[in-house]
Design a protein around this ligand. Structure first.
Ligand code: RP5
Ligand code: MG
Ligand code: MG
Length: 280
């Protein structure tokens, strides 16, 4: 499902140019593609060199990033394995995308994220579990956000900042995007962080690897760890959902195979449905 760069190929880049054409059979770097004409593009926000971005490795030869390694506070290793670096440029582990440079992504090579898939069983007004009549399986719900950038529904995930761990990022992003902790007073923020910590004690890793993210380029791409936190004790109603940061809306959404989500997110959500033996 993630292998073919479906979401990051043959389309216009977000606030950017049209990508160079890459036919299905030419995605793999192993296949020769002499006519390949990728467009070079790095978003002005990234060019401005914010703290979360690397410097331009073409212009700044001293930058000398340590690809395939933990480079100071930045993990430049891929979950997928060793990636190639050609003429100093890391190559997308999943193949061609029609764009070189970094687009909207700050890091050259893998840009690590974390995705919390927070689930509970659907109940009706009488408090009974809701079963899907076709599959005869109970319906699972997950906390979904509507992304401000593309308008698509998604998991409330985010980037692992340099120096942060994946497990801290899972909690932090859920807080920021689904509970709006960034707009809270320090004291309330601490209370909510503790609540998330308590309710996120046991997680089940659903996925670790490449994300077919629309921001990917030939030299910069998203990778994630998706973790399912399931409401085993019926305590997740304690979460007061409120959208924050890059989320426009937040809701408990029923899981079903017809769900169309951002990037590879339906795949992760399907993993949660399967792992909990829920309707899909
Ligand atoms: C996706 O982008 C990941 O799966 C994660 O959900 C997200 C991280 O980026 P931001 O939400 O911080 O933009 O590839
Ligand atoms: Mg975020
Ligand atoms: Mg996010």
């Amino acid at each position: 499902q993630n292998a073919n760069n479906i979401r990051c190929r043959n389309a216009k880049y977000l606030n950017g140019p049209e990508r160079g054409i890459v036919p299905d059979d030419k995605v793999s770097w192993a296949v020769e593609f002499k006519e390949y004409k990728p467009v070079e593009y790095t978003d002005p926000k990234v060019v401005a060199n914010p703290v979360w971005a690397d410097s331009d490795i073409k212009a700044d030869k001293k930058a000398a990033l340590k690809f395939n390694k933990v480079d100071g506070k930045t993990n430049r290793k891929s979950h997928v394995g060793e990636y190639k670096v050609v003429d100093g440029m890391p190559l997308n582990v999943s193949g061609r995308t029609g764009i070189t440079g970094r687009g909207l992504l700050g890091k050259w090579g893998p840009n690590h994220a974390a995705d919390p898939v927070v689930t509970r069983w659907k109940h009706n007004d009488k408090g009974e579990q809701v079963i899907n009549p076709n599959t005869k399986k109970p319906i699972l719900q997950f906390v979904a956000i509507k992304r401000k950038d593309t308008g698509e529904w998604a998991i409330p995930g985010g980037m692992v900042e340099s120096g942060d761990s994946v497990s801290a990022t899972l909690k932090k992003e859920f807080g920021e995007e689904a509970l709006n902790t960034m707009k809270m007073e320090k004291k309330q923020q601490a209370e909510v962080s503790k609540q998330v910590k308590d309710l996120f004690k046991k997680g089940n890793v659903l996925y670790k690897g490449y994300v077919d993210d629309p921001r990917n380029t030939d030299n910069a791409w998203m990778e994630t760890v998706a973790v399912n936190y399931h409401d085993h004790k019926g305590t997740f109603h304690k979460f007061k959902l409120q959208a924050g940061d890059d989320a426009g809306h937040v809701e408990w959404v029923d899981m079903d195979s017809s769900l169309k989500l951002y990037a590879s997110h339906s795949y992760f959500v399907m993993g949660a449905a399967k792992a909990n033996d829920a309707h899909w």
